[in-house]
Design a protein around this ligand. Structure first.
Ligand SMILES: [Zn+2]
Length: 459
């Protein structure tokens, strides 16, 4: 009798342990099942750690950027398209973490918790993007051998037309892919999508934010004068200016990008106001595109002095901007203060065309008052008229600001941001050329080349 009781107790304990195990397994399966199934040793999806079974990735015109043919993953047949869209599409080993081959691997392989990776066709799902591969190629060629990024999006809809990062490589060229993996010289940092995963010193493009703060803070913002003597002394430190501008007002100061004017203005605005406007523009906030996190832009002048505010208000000091965040802010200026969130994934569909997921776009939170945004738009339009030259952007209505961002011990970064103020071609852009030199001279022509291509191919 005693023995029977003992056996019963053991059975109860074993049953409880089994039940607990099932609960734990179910929870793990629900949470991590995707990762298990998508682990690179799963031979249904991967072969030698390389993706094979996955659906098509296409651009906005249905051009195939990547697809699987007879168990082999193939990119577009044009080498230039392969290189220009590589950071958006991703490599096959997952080195480019933000590429669709990594970030959308679940959608592409058709993984779901009910069937595992087995979709009926065993071909996964197709992912459609908003990119125009022709514009991406144009942007890549405009950047040439230089490192940097070009992002262009429709500020009315949020569609990202162009997202290019250089250096890049041809994923179907084995020798080049090996050099990329080595990551030396030209290929250093090649797996980084600079549009999403980098931050840069914004330089004078930050003067747009200081301008917004001035317009909202000072009732005399437009008539307020500061003097430039080829620079200005603040807290005993000389801040030099590229020109000798004399006494000027906001409109001229922005068009001439006068450091003396903006450093005095920023010092008068002070810590709290500068921080408030930087954060309204998206600094210190993590942006996402299609659910993929970008690197966070940084602004911090806490406990600083006038000289620190002066440098920070001109986009130097410790300021760092992320191109996605900056593009969104430029979109807000163009769109009466409220940005459309940039997105690239337009659709995820089964092989038979049943939609599974819709885009991540939509309205972002307000970054500027509508009136302030429209005033800045006019000032940016004047920058082109007065400084960059309307003739440098033929047939377009470009509003822009350049930045020549000083970086320690290296040639400055060329930054050029703005938008085409046109209902029929509502595009905002961010151009960054690492160690490229002058923002206007280097970034301006790249922006024009890419916008002209957009004008030609987008309808
Ligand atoms: Zn000046």
């Amino acid at each position: 009798m005693k023995q029977l009781k003992l056996r019963a107790i053991i059975m109860v304990i074993l049953s409880l342990a089994f039940a607990c195990g099932m609960v734990v397994f179910t929870i793990f399966y629900a949470v991590q099942g995707g990762q298990w199934a998508l682990f690179p040793s799963n031979s249904h999806i991967y072969s030698n750690g390389t993706i094979v079974q996955a659906g098509k990735i296409t651009d906005r015109n249905g051009v195939v950027l990547a697809k699987t043919v007879n168990g082999v993953r193939k990119y577009n047949s044009d080498m230039q398209v392969r290189k220009a869209t590589l950071h958006a599409v991703g490599d096959l080993k997952g080195y480019i973490k933000t590429g669709l081959h990594s970030s959308y691997i679940g959608e592409l392989t058709g993984y779901n918790r009910l069937n595992g990776i087995y979709s009926f066709s065993k071909k996964g799902n197709n992912v459609g993007t908003t990119l125009d591969s022709r514009v991406c190629v144009t942007a890549m060629n405009a950047l040439g051998e230089r490192k940097g990024t070009v992002g262009v999006y429709n500020y009315k809809t949020g569609e990202v037309i162009c997202m290019v990062s250089t250096p890049t490589y041809d994923p179907e060229n084995k020798e080049e892919a090996a050099l990329a993996k080595e990551g030396k010289d030209y290929y250093k940092g090649v797996f980084l999508n600079r549009f999403l995963s980098s931050t840069y010193t914004p330089g004078s493009t930050f003067k747009l934010i200081t301008t917004a703060a001035s317009i909202d803070t000072f009732s005399d913002a437009y008539t307020r004068k500061y003097t430039c003597n080829g620079g200005v002394m603040i807290n005993g430190e000389w801040i030099s200016c590229l020109g000798h501008h004399g006494t000027l007002t906001l409109k001229d100061a922005l068009a001439k990008s006068c450091n003396a004017y903006f450093s005095q203005l920023a010092a008068d605005l002070g810590e709290d106001t500068l921080t408030k406007y930087a954060e309204k523009a998206g600094f210190n906030e993590t942006f996402k595109m299609d659910g993929v996190k970008a690197k966070t832009s940084y602004f911090n002048v806490s406990g600083g002095k006038d000289i620190d505010f002066a440098w920070a208000g001109m986009g130097q000091y410790t300021d760092m901007m992320n191109p996605l965040q900056y593009l969104t802010f430029i979109g807000a200026i163009a769109n009466e203060g409220v940005p459309q969130k940039p997105y690239m994934v337009d659709s995820v569909e089964t092989q038979s065309g049943i939609p599974l997921k819709f885009s991540f776009g939509g309205e972002g939170s307000r970054m500027l008052e509508a009136d302030t945004a429209n005033k800045i738009k006019k000032l940016m339009q004047n920058n082109v008229k007065q400084t960059y030259g309307t003739w440098n952007f033929p047939g377009l209505n470009v509003c822009a600001k350049s930045g020549t961002a000083e970086v320690k011990d290296e040639k400055p970064h060329a930054v050029f941001v703005g938008f085409n103020d046109d209902e029929d071609l509502p595009l905002a852009f961010v151009v960054v050329v690492q160690n490229g030199g002058s923002g206007a001279k280097v970034g301006g022509p790249i922006a024009n080349t890419v916008l002209q291509k957009c004008k030609e191919v987008l309808k």
